[in-house]
Design a protein around this ligand. Structure first.
Ligand code: PHE
Length: 340
């Protein structure tokens, strides 16, 4: 018995405990519910009576020794791990990533700045619109296909049918209702159309629409304003061409192309080898629209135009998939670090 005790004392001294798992193994072996020392205690009854006292004391000593060793090793381990976690103040800090402005914000700001330089103010309006401001005041006949469920997201609200605005022309109606000419304003904002999402179409996008109303505003003013815009946005060599078109709220109406900035009008796959890229719709404000907002169409005339911010950004940054703008992919967004 005495030999066994001496053996265990030696074994305890020889234990090398390097981490908490090994410490736990030590605990189970010498202090756990089925530990080796307990086992010796159970054998005490077989020790001859005259040695019982001495062996008992040795066993108690062994038990205390095991506990002491355990405590010492535990404290040592705790100290060494806390040494590791001491903060090293001389280490260089982690790099904090700086965010960047969204390409659509950059382009919208640039459009606003370009028109600000020729006196256009910025107007904003609600994204949930009534039929009057989105359609009726803009001379949309009741049966016009743009009112169709396929294009417009309708929202039921009380007795009035409301919809997510399909263009920011609705803001221009609000301006015409509330202000007297001369009016010179642009309305940037998000618009919604019920389209299947693809690389070339989305259910929401951003527009900047412009409106100029005064005495004697002519189509020549419109054309020159748009040429100024194209050259400010795409460079002084940019040219524009107007193609006849139709919008309910303008007469005459036109669609505007800018000379392809990518191939210098030589022909490439972006301009589909035409040398021209479509950028916006425009026209002279229909007299019916002026009258709907109580502006005398005999005294005043005006022009309006509307462009998609995504389209301008696409041409500026060569982004060929509309979905990239709203997917929040950091690899895409990181590319637009410089302010315009
Ligand atoms: N509102 C038209 C659209 O959303 C654009 C436009 C605005 C066209 C003003 C002509 C004049 O497509």
């Amino acid at each position: 018995m005495k030999e066994k005790i001496a053996e265990i004392v030696k074994a305890i001294s020889n234990e090398s405990v390097k981490n908490t798992e090994e410490l736990e193994r030590f605990r189970i072996k010498y202090l756990g519910s089925k530990n080796v020392i307990k086992h010796l205690f159970s054998e005490l009854k077989n020790v001859p009576n005259e040695s019982k006292k001495e062996v008992g004391q040795l066993l108690n000593g062994l038990k205390n020794h095991a506990q002491e060793q355990f405590d010492v090793i535990k404290i040592k381990l705790e100290n060494s791990s806390s040494e590791e976690s001491v903060i090293d103040t001389s280490r260089p800090g982690d790099q904090i990533e700086v965010g960047s402005r969204h390409p659509l914000s950059l382009v919208r700001s640039e459009i606003i700045e370009i028109f600000d330089r020729i006196g256009f103010t910025v107007s904003e309006g609600p994204e949930i619109e009534d039929d009057w401001h989105n359609f009726s005041a803009l001379n949309f006949p009741p049966e016009h296909p743009a009112r169709d469920m396929q294009d417009t997201f309708f929202i039921e609200k009380g007795t009035n049918e409301m919809a997510l605005r399909t263009h920011t022309s609705s803001v221009q109606v609000r301006v015409m209702e509330n202000e007297k000419p001369p009016i010179r304003t642009i309305s940037p904002g998000r618009v919604y159309r019920n389209e299947a999402i693809s690389a070339r179409a989305h259910c929401f996008f951003h527009q900047v629409e412009g409106l100029y109303i005064d005495k004697d505003v002519s189509f020549a003013d419109l054309k020159q304003t748009l040429l100024y815009f194209a050259q400010e946005m795409f460079g002084e060599k940019a040219q524009i061409r107007l193609r006849p078109s139709y919008f309910p709220f303008t007469e005459p109406s036109a669609e505007v192309d800018v000379s392809c900035t990518i191939c210098n009008s030589k022909g490439c796959n972006v301009c589909k080898y035409t040398g021209w890229l479509e950028i916006l719709g425009c026209g002279m404000v229909d007299p019916n629209v002026l009258e709907s907002s109580n502006i005398d169409s005999k005294t005043y005339s005006g022009f309006a135009f509307g462009m998609g911010v995504e389209r301008i950004a696409q041409l500026k940054y060569r982004v060929n998939d509309l979905r990239l703008y709203s997917e929040n992919d950091i690899r895409f967004l990181k590319q637009f670090t410089s302010g315009i």
